[in-house]
Design a protein around this ligand. Structure first.
Ligand code: NDP
Ligand code: PYC
Length: 342
């Protein structure tokens, strides 16, 4: 779910102008130039692709995190490689986009060399969608899978107390032509960012997104924020969210969503934890006949596209509209952004 129930009034802003405004806002917050550039890129890409919960709205999350004094504004991520398939990045309590950017070249090398590369990012404040990372990897001809926890906002299926994060899972497969196959979704029934947008707009949530503090089903975003969100798809989403906690938390030696929320300590800012990103080289894993592999994958994806829409199709269409008409930004949000940019 990417939109609020009643469409807000939009203004259309040329991409370069929006990027400049976002960079000015981030610079005013005291972030160093490399962080400003990396963060602006994902935020503007999110808005360009009409991902309202992870577009320019995230500038407000950045502002809150900076104001709370928890995030490191100018820290340089430290990349460690050993020539094996694992690339480690210590984000040192900075925002995640620069950590990903710094680790990406070594991840691509590792995947090309070993067939599989694993990028382990630790100690990052994470507020972004995962598809920009996935698309950076598919652009290199690699398949990719990314997992990250968040804050403990979601009850396990059958329970009513928050324990799991909204824990997104994203996957990408390179395709001939301009666009890869990509999906990227929260394992909660609704992303927290979307819940916040409903709260800002004073609109009820769709049924089934959460319970209030007494464990009763509720569509009130404020009550659900005080109670617990639900996983998507009952026990199946709940198990996937648990897998994300284990693989991108415990496995990589970083915090689960519960620990991230404990660290937040009521500040109400972006989650702080790690991320696991896997990259796979089809040329190595597939035994060498790239044309056969591509044909097999394309037969599947074209079969889907012949009867239904592919994931990311809406996003790619929005991208083309943004290139033609400028990026659509909710008018009230744009006013907030201009204020942040001074
Ligand atoms: P959505 O439910 O909006 O979309 C999930 C995926 O399904 C997208 O790839 C979407 O493609 C695709 N999709 C949607 N509808 C259809 C359909 N009818 N047929 C085929 N495919 C479809 O995503 P969420 O609201 O769950 O998540 C939004 C974003 O929030 C994600 O980018 C995620 O990474 C981010 N997030 C980040 C977190 C973090 O901790 N950093 C935590 C939770 C979420 P399309 O985009 O084209 O509609
Ligand atoms: O929308 O659930 C979410 C989210 C958490 C962290 C960043 N986005």
């Amino acid at each position: 779910m990417n939109a609020t129930a009643t469409p807000p009034t939009m203004v259309h802003v040329p991409e370069a102008e929006l990027a400049d405004t976002v960079r000015r806002a981030l610079t005013r917050m005291g972030l160093s130039d490399p962080h400003v550039r990396a963060i602006a890129q994902v935020i503007v890409a999110g808005q360009r692709d009409a991902c309202q919960s992870h577009g320019v709205y995230r500038l407000i999350s950045c502002f809150d995190a900076v104001r709370a004094g928890k995030v490191q504004l100018a820290v340089e991520p430290v990349v460690t490689t050993s020539g094996g398939p694992i690339v480690q990045v210590d984000a040192k309590f900075g925002f995640s986009p620069l950590a990903f950017e710094r680790g990406l070249p070594a991840l691509v090398d590792a995947a090309r060399h070993h067939g599989l590369g694993a990028l382990v990012i630790r100690h990052c404040f994470h507020f972004s969608a995962l598809w920009p990372e996935i698309e950076a990897i598919t652009a290199q001809g690699l398949a990719a899978l990314a997992l990250t926890p968040s804050h403990a906002w979601v009850a396990p299926a059958g329970g009513t107390r928050p324990l799991l994060g909204t824990n997104p899972i994203a996957f990408g497969w390179p395709r001939p032509g301009p666009y890869p196959y990509v999906f990227d979704f929260a394992t909660s029934a609704i992303a927290r960012g979307d819940l916040e947008l409903h709260r800002r707009a004073g609109q009820p949530l769709p049924q089934g997104c959460g319970v209030d503090a007494d464990g009763q089903p509720s569509t009130d975003p404020v009550a659900v924020a005080r109670g617990a969100m639900r996983a998507f798809g009952g026990h199946k989403g709940s198990a996937l969210a648990t897998m994300v906690e284990l693989m991108a938390g415990a496995l990589i030696g970083d915090w689960t969503s519960r620990e991230s929320l404990a660290f937040d300590d009521g500040a109400g800012v972006a989650p702080c934890h790690g991320e696991l990103i896997l990259a796979f080289d089809p040329l190595v894993l597939g035994g060498g006949d790239a044309a056969v592999q591509t044909a097999r994958a394309e037969a599947l994806l074209e079969g889907i596209a012949g009867q239904a829409r592919l994931p990311s199709q809406r996003r790619f269409a929005a991208r083309e509209r943004s290139h033609a008409e400028g990026i659509a930004v909710p008018a009230t949000m744009y006013e907030d952004i201009l204020q942040l940019a001074g």
